[in-house]
Ligand binder design. Structure first.
Ligand SMILES: [Zn+2]
Length: 140
């Protein structure tokens, strides 16, 4: 049971929570967000105003991130399409998922797979290059 003074006592628990990433945006706070995996917490006035920082951008009074901490989880719903690298569907799905998971982890995210399917079809030819006046460019 949570204590009366626990600031996270009414915060919903995320079943799948990606690791915290660094909020650093440069000294002016107008630069590109660092986004590397964070190890340090800078407490805010409230639980939703705390910030996270990587080893390179931590401040002297930042604290190690506790096991239970609040994050804003960003969910991106999108379709990723791969050409299969194997004729066997199960192996092709597993290989494509492994590549996608590695890419998402490299970006600091966590993959939450909803479904994997595949279909056979013929590829369409690439679009022909066009001149500025709308006429096709002669490939010769
Ligand atoms: Zn950083």
């Amino acid at each position: 049971m949570r204590g009366h003074n626990d600031p996270l006592r009414n915060v919903p628990a995320l079943a799948i929570a990606p690791p915290a990433r660094c909020y650093y945006r440069g000294e002016t706070r107008l630069g590109t967000i660092c986004g590397e995996l964070a190890n340090w917490l800078r407490p805010g006035r409230d639980w939703f105003t705390c910030a996270y920082f990587c080893d390179a951008h931590r401040g002297p009074s930042d604290l190690p991130i506790p096991a239970e901490h609040a994050i804003r989880r960003v969910r991106v719903n999108a379709a990723m399409l791969f050409a299969a690298a194997c004729q066997n569907a199960t192996i092709a799905h597993t290989e494509a998922l492994a590549r996608l998971e590695a890419a998402v982890q490299h970006a600091g995210g966590l993959l939450d797979v909803q479904d994997v399917t595949s279909t056979f079809g013929k590829s369409s030819p690439p679009p022909r290059p066009w001149k500025g006046n709308g006429a096709p460019i002669d490939p010769r």
